[in-house]
Write a protein that binds this ligand. Structure first.
Ligand SMILES: C[S@@+](CC[C@H](N)C(=O)[O-])C[C@H]1O[C@@H](n2cnc3c(N)ncnc32)[C@H](O)[C@@H]1O
Length: 204
């Protein structure tokens, strides 16, 4: 794993206050293609989905359109307030809440599915806290869909990068790993950053 990030960034909330959301590197209007393919292959279209670190809320909204009951959570109150105004009024099956995954207030065994596109890969020493919270809030046999940067991505800035072995080593204690595949992170960067997409079932 690349453990080289040691820079002072604006907080996530400051970032969402000051920058245009559509210009953010991770902004992706459509549902992540790897998630879309996987949901189709698994014939999934209902249940409670957490879009963790929802940011612009586009992924949460696309999941709600597919028929899931969706909660989009983020540490930034600014982006959550924006999403409430933009999306909660349009869809009855979507809710946005402020929640820090490292100290999450979600109930135990609550979610059938969690999608994390870009939150896990910002943590280093807090990774065990993240892992324990995911394990706590996901139901037994619940599925974590994870997209993170890959060690194949040459860009020097953050976030952390992972190999397929890293993902295996971090998650295999409590997860049955169905897929860890090489892909890209769809957003506004050109070229798109190299990424990994994993599908993992929780066995508590
Ligand atoms: C790279 S962005 C990805 C946004 C979104 N998932 C997407 O695909 O458009 C990472 C997001 O994680 C959120 N985040 C960072 N730390 C967090 C934490 N401890 N708990 C919850 N969300 C967090 C940030 O505010 C940001 O919106």
């Amino acid at each position: 794993m690349t453990e080289s990030i040691n820079r002072k960034l604006p907080t996530w909330d400051e970032y969402y206050k000051n920058e245009k959301i559509e210009k953010m590197p991770w902004y992706n209007e459509n549902l992540d293609l790897d998630l879309e393919d996987e949901l189709n292959a698994m014939h999934l279209n209902n249940g409670i989905f957490l879009d963790l670190g929802t940011g612009p809320g586009t992924q949460a909204m696309e999941l709600a359109k597919k028929g899931f009951d969706v909660i989009g959570s983020d540490i930034s109150g600014t982006v959550i307030e924006r999403n409430k105004i933009m999306y909660e009024t349009q869809y009855h099956n979507i809710k946005f809440v402020v929640d820090n995954i490292l100290y999450s207030d979600f109930k135990e065994n609550y979610f059938d599915y969690i999608f994390d596109r870009g939150c896990f890969h910002v943590f280093s020493e807090d990774r065990p806290k993240y892992y324990n919270q995911i394990k706590r809030i996901l139901k037994q046999k619940g599925i974590l869909f994870l997209k993170c940067f890959s060690i194949d991505e040459p860009m020097k800035d953050d976030p952390y990068r992972f190999s397929q072995n890293d993902i295996h080593n971090i998650f295999s204690k409590n997860f049955h790993i169905n897929v860890i595949k090489k892909t890209v992170y769809q957003g506004t960067l050109d070229p798109l950053p190299k990424a990994l997409f994993s599908v993992m079932k929780l066995i508590k």
